[in-house]
Design a protein around this ligand. Structure first.
Ligand SMILES: C[S@@+](CC[C@H](N)C(=O)[O-])C[C@H]1O[C@@H](n2cnc3c(N)ncnc32)[C@H](O)[C@@H]1O
Length: 266
């Protein structure tokens, strides 16, 4: 591991300083690169890989033509899904994330900087080939877009994965009420969420649960079931899948997503 001194406090006249400052300030980018492509932490398996694996396992023996990864961030689940699907599309609202995923697909290599402690950062690089994903990458495309208002041609998917997305949407209920239009009948919808509702993303009125309605507490899972009941049946029981976000060398955030699988029946 090579440590680089952070140049944030240096003269902004120097172009490389500006570049470093831009990267350093965007901790979220580094955290997602590490969550998707960095080493496992505390024995918790790679979350986007696990989401792709459990989605594909549910579709074993069924058509695996087209998959849509909504809120794909820097793309790990999309690449993983392409190890079994003929065609995978990763969509994210963030042009920055999509740019990183696209460059990784094109070059097979990703470089990013992790925060270590204080002003210290470390350079990291990962290769798709080392992850066994170089060939699968040829079947993936990444697009910047809004999962809540996709163009009509995003349709006929065998699988839609929405991993840790719904609690980042402004209108999650509307998203769920319309998502069946994008799937084939019998297609699989996979939703994962820690139900981490935050007002800066979703006004409380739009939360699927995690609040009181008519004086009674409503759980997000119940809100989810209500929104999907018309077109889907839930497969099996909800399950918990953990993920760990590395903030610095010594600070980590451990979350548990609730994963539910839904088959489109109408
Ligand atoms: C919490 S992250 C989850 C990323 C990835 N699915 C994972 O599991 O690691 C939520 C992602 O959804 C994206 N996002 C938020 N709102 C979106 C929207 N309306 N349409 C598409 N992507 C969105 C964010 O940019 C971010 O990459």
């Amino acid at each position: 591991m090579r440590y680089s001194p952070s140049l944030l406090k240096s003269s902004p006249k120097n172009e490389s300083v500006a570049l470093y400052a831009r990267y350093r300030s965007d901790a979220a980018v580094a955290q997602y690169c590490d969550l998707h492509y960095g080493p496992d932490k505390f024995g918790v398996p790679n979350f986007p890989q696990k989401m792709a694996q459990l989605s594909a396992a549910e579709l074993a023996g069924k058509p695996q033509r087209k998959a849509l990864d909504l809120g794909c961030a820097v793309g790990r689940s999309s690449f993983e899904l392409a190890t079994c699907f003929d065609q995978v599309t990763g969509v994210d609202f963030s042009a920055r994330f999509i740019d990183i995923a696209q460059r990784l697909k094109q070059r097979g290599k990703l470089c990013y900087q992790l925060s270590e402690e204080g002003d210290l950062i470390s350079d990291q690089q990962v290769f798709l080939a080392d992850l066994g994903l170089a060939e699968a990458a040829t079947r993936v495309s990444f697009l910047q877009g809004n999962a809540q208002c996709l163009e009509p041609h995003f349709c006929h998917y065998d699988l839609i994965l929405a991993a840790n997305l719904i609690d980042r949407l402004s209108t999650p209920g509307k998203f769920l009420a319309n998502i069946h239009r994008r799937l084939v009948i019998d297609g699989l919808l996979v939703i994962a969420s820690p139900y981490d509702w935050l007002e800066r993303f979703t006004t409380p009125k739009q939360w699927l649960g995690g609040r009181f309605r008519a004086g009674l507490p409503v759980a997000s899972l119940d809100g989810l079931k209500k929104k999907l009941a018309k077109h889907f049946v839930m497969l099996g029981e909800p399950r918990d899948v953990e993920f760990v976000v590395r903030e610095t060398a010594r600070t980590f955030r451990h979350s548990i997503s609730q994963v539910t699988l839904w088959r489109r029946v109408r």
